[in-house]
Design a binder for this molecule. Structure first.
Ligand SMILES: Cc1cc2nc3c(=O)[nH]c(=O)nc-3n(C[C@H](O)[C@H](O)[C@H](O)COP(=O)(O)OP(=O)(O)OC[C@H]3O[C@@H](n4cnc5c(N)ncnc54)[C@H](O)[C@@H]3O)c2cc1C
Length: 538
């Protein structure tokens, strides 16, 4: 039997964004936080580097703002950048107050007013401003926030619950546009439950799984973007997908990044025949910026029709390699690759979705009662290229501002009345799951080949044609068979893929992470790509 549940706030997603929003709400509210797998299954757990913030007295808001604007290829919204950076210190203080064990600075003279935590520097930042917990910052933040949430009796943490679609007044044929909750598949019971809520928050993470190779965990399927789009929200700048240049290429190795520090310490990129190639693309060779190195690797792989290139540090003394890169050394060894003697097979991998559901500074989407925060949202902070460690910061700043906005509206919003149950009367169990698996593979491969690091108008047209066929097939499947996590994710991925393709087709220039051979130059005016969902009468 499916269930009818009611909460003041329904938070879909248990990563940095969802947990920080839930913890910033007052304890008299009934809150549900959902995760479609176990609670740790988002990207937050895997974040390594840290969180960017203005924390040191020698650093300034202006400097962090300027660095972010420079990285963003002219497309950042300066008000969003300023808002995020101005709230960075208090967001970090809140994390410290929650108990996040950030790495301390052994040399700080706290008595003289020095900052007690260690700050590191990353690409694009002109100051040391990345606060971190060794090289596993995301895990430290996640565990601390989860512990805090577990101590709050008003927060229900629900695992293995996959939101299928949002419930809106429009969907129910009522007057008004408000979001009233969501239909959610309970993977244990196999039933789709009805969650009614005064406020609903999408904190569902990014969509990097749309590509064949990704650094993201399995759930990064753009569910929130697709659900918001179907509910009537605008989305923006979905053509900007950030690729990390070097992800381990091995059939059994899922999503393992080879740190950029390996190139920093002398690692060389080579073709399968051993030849170096980076000097042909940038005078800084292997030390060029992320997007240039990723583009060069992609170019060589396509030119030669090879599956990967190689990152070689075997010319350095074995002890040096082992002591500087213990995690990479151990991990590669488990796949039979001894990096002190052999080059590492690598491919670029989709890493971060810069675009998403359009929101204002309070996390509000176009649909009343619906918020979007974290990687699923588009705030204008990242522009055409995200600067390292700004993304976790965005989760905390907007998690807090959205919570404050919900609190400000509590008196005006009532609990929705009983909502109709999910109708599963017309569907049967699928005996053709092979179709889902096949479509998943096809989608991720053509997105990689045609809508990847280097694009052309022709490739985008091919991708558009194929995604349309897939969407028709998926719609038919969706209408006839019971929903499963795989089917829900495939449907959402295909929807987001189409939005990415349309966004890329609209941009007749190369800017930031969007690079097309047909329009290699940058237009004088920087404009967002905003897609408007069709209304039901269209
Ligand atoms: C390997 C790696 C390293 C990174 N390093 C850094 C770094 O150092 N600094 C930095 O700032 N950023 C970093 N990032 C990016 C950053 O980690 C993410 O942008 C951020 O964690 C996103 O947080 P989130 O809360 O928006 O989503 P996530 O943490 O991805 O959480 C998404 C949540 O939504 C749930 N969900 C999704 N769909 C549904 C659905 N349909 N129903 C129910 N639940 C659903 C998931 O189960 C999950 O709980 C890194 C990313 C990766 C992959």
């Amino acid at each position: 039997m499916s269930q009818q549940l009611q909460h003041d706030v329904l938070v879909i997603g248990s990563g940095a964004a969802g947990l920080s929003l839930a913890l910033n709400l007052p304890s008299h509210l009934r809150i549900a936080v959902l995760s479609k797998g176990d609670l740790a299954n988002g990207s937050t757990f895997w974040a390594q580097g840290g969180v960017a913030a203005v924390l040191d007295d020698t650093d300034t808001v202006q400097s962090h703002v300027e660095d972010t604007l420079n990285a963003g290829g002219g497309l950042c919204h300066e008000d969003a950048v300023r808002f995020t950076v101005e709230h960075s210190r208090e967001a970090i203080q809140w994390l410290i107050d929650q108990g996040v064990p950030f790495t301390r600075d052994e040399h700080a003279s706290v008595d003289d007013g020095g900052f007690e935590f260690h700050l590191t520097r990353e690409g694009g930042h002109s100051h040391r401003r990345i606060i971190h917990a060794a090289d596993a910052t995301g895990a430290a933040i996640f565990k601390t926030l989860l512990d805090q949430a577990r101590q709050r009796p008003n927060i229900e943490l629900l695992e293995q619950r996959v939101a299928v679609d949002l419930i809106t007044e429009r969907r129910l044929g009522l007057d008004g546009e408000r979001c009233l909750g969501a239909y959610v598949l309970n993977r244990a019971s196999g039933e789709v439950d009805t969650f009614g809520a005064r406020f609903t928050v999408l904190a569902t993470g990014g969509a990097a799984k749309v590509y064949l190779y990704t650094s993201n965990p399995d759930g990064a399927c753009g569910d929130g973007i697709a659900m918001a789009w179907r509910a009537g929200c605008r989305v923006a700048n979905l053509e900007f997908n950030q690729f990390h240049p070097t992800c381990l290429y091995h059939p059994q190795a899922k999503s393992f990044l080879i740190t950029e520090a390996l190139r920093g310490e002398g690692g060389l990129l080579r073709l399968p025949n051993g030849e170096r190639f980076m000097e042909r693309f940038d005078p800084r060779a292997e030390l060029g910026p992320r997007d240039i190195v990723a583009r060069a690797i992609d170019h060589e792989m396509k030119r030669l029709g090879v599956d990967c290139v190689y990152l070689d540090i075997s010319h350095k003394p074995a002890e040096f390699v082992k002591s500087h890169f213990p995690t990479v050394y151990e991990r590669c060894l488990t796949f039979g690759i001894d990096i002190t003697r052999q080059p590492i097979p690598v491919v670029p991998a989709a890493h971060y979705t810069c675009g998403g559901v359009m929101i204002d500074q309070d996390g509000r989407t176009d649909v009343p009662g619906l918020y979007a925060i974290g990687e699923t949202s588009f705030t204008g902070l990242h522009g055409a290229n995200r600067m390292a460690s700004n993304s976790l910061l965005e989760c905390f700043v907007y998690g807090r501002s959205a919570a404050a906005d919900i609190v400000a509206q509590l008196d005006q919003v009532e609990m929705p009345r009983a909502l109709p149950c999910w109708d599963a009367s017309q569907v049967t169990d699928s005996d053709e799951d092979v179709i889902i698996a096949h479509n998943w593979d096809e989608l991720r491969r053509f997105m990689w080949d045609y809508v990847g690091i280097v694009r052309t108008s022709k490739r985008l047209q091919r991708a558009e044609h194929r995604v349309r066929l897939l969407l028709d097939e998926i719609d038919e499947f969706y209408s006839n068979y019971k929903v499963s996590r795989d089917l829900i994710e495939l449907r959402n991925l295909a929807q987001v893929a189409e939005l990415m393709i349309h966004s890329a087709m609209q941009r007749k220039e190369s800017r930031g992470l969007h690079y097309t051979l047909d329009y290699p130059g940058m237009l004088p005016e920087a404009l967002d790509t905003i897609l408007q969902p069709p209304t039901f009468s269209d």
